[in-house]
Design a protein around this ligand. Sequence first.
Ligand code: GUN
Length: 282
Amino acid sequence: MTAQILDGKAIAADIRENIQSEVRQMLANGQPPPGLAVVLVGENPASQVYVRNKRLACEQVGFYSQLHTLAADCTQEALLALIEQLNKDPAINGILVQLPLPQHIDEETVTEHILPAKDVDGFHPYNIGRLVLRRPLLRPCTPKGIMTLLQRTGQQLEGQDAIIIGQSNIVGRPMALELLAARCTITVCHSRTKDLPDKIRQADIVIAAVGRAHFVQDYWVKPGATVIDVGINRLDDGSLAGDVDFDAVSKKAGWITPVPGGVGPMTIASLLENTLQAVKLG
Ligand code: GUN
């Protein structure tokens, strides 16, 4: 069997096109464009790339975007003051503080400082709580993008066994809530999980968010399973690799996402969707 490719790049381009026409309509109606403020603290090279891609996507669909760069040694108070200013700014509908933050800054305090209606990352406890209660408003971007990918396979999600490898606040946990809301049976695994390959073999849907290149092996995967690779690992030769051994697993899975060009573009597409949604919430 050779897996069908879930082409996140193409699906994200579709979503961007729809958003672009919605923005044109807003402008034609005399409304201002959706505004996104991106805050980058320090000089983490991966974060710089992510932030640049997010801003490029904003420009492409006609959003108004601002980039605020703060030095790695800026105080937490300075960051909170900036967030307060953005919370009050009517031209800004969405605020995104790129993570991780430097050690001396408390990520929870920062996340909770963003107005929930402008929290386009969906990380604020209010937005996470809404997802827990199955009444989501702004949903975390990577899990939301993955749900869009899963819907595009045309498969029924209800009743499927889904396994999530990784329990982070950004991906694993909200992913579990999304899949549970879609009526999957979920297993969340982490570094203390026993017999991981046996658990993966049971799953119809595998979400790999481990952060280890080529971690998921073909002989762990049930034939025909849908395999979603969230990993972006930089190899010694400078190339990018996912958390899944793509060449081998793609011979066994039913559907698979490539890296790059799978989940990454969908995260950004979801961010644009959330920013548009935030206009309506504001
Ligand atoms: N760092 C890694 N992924 C994300 C994300 O989705 N949002 C933010 N703000 N930071 C991240």
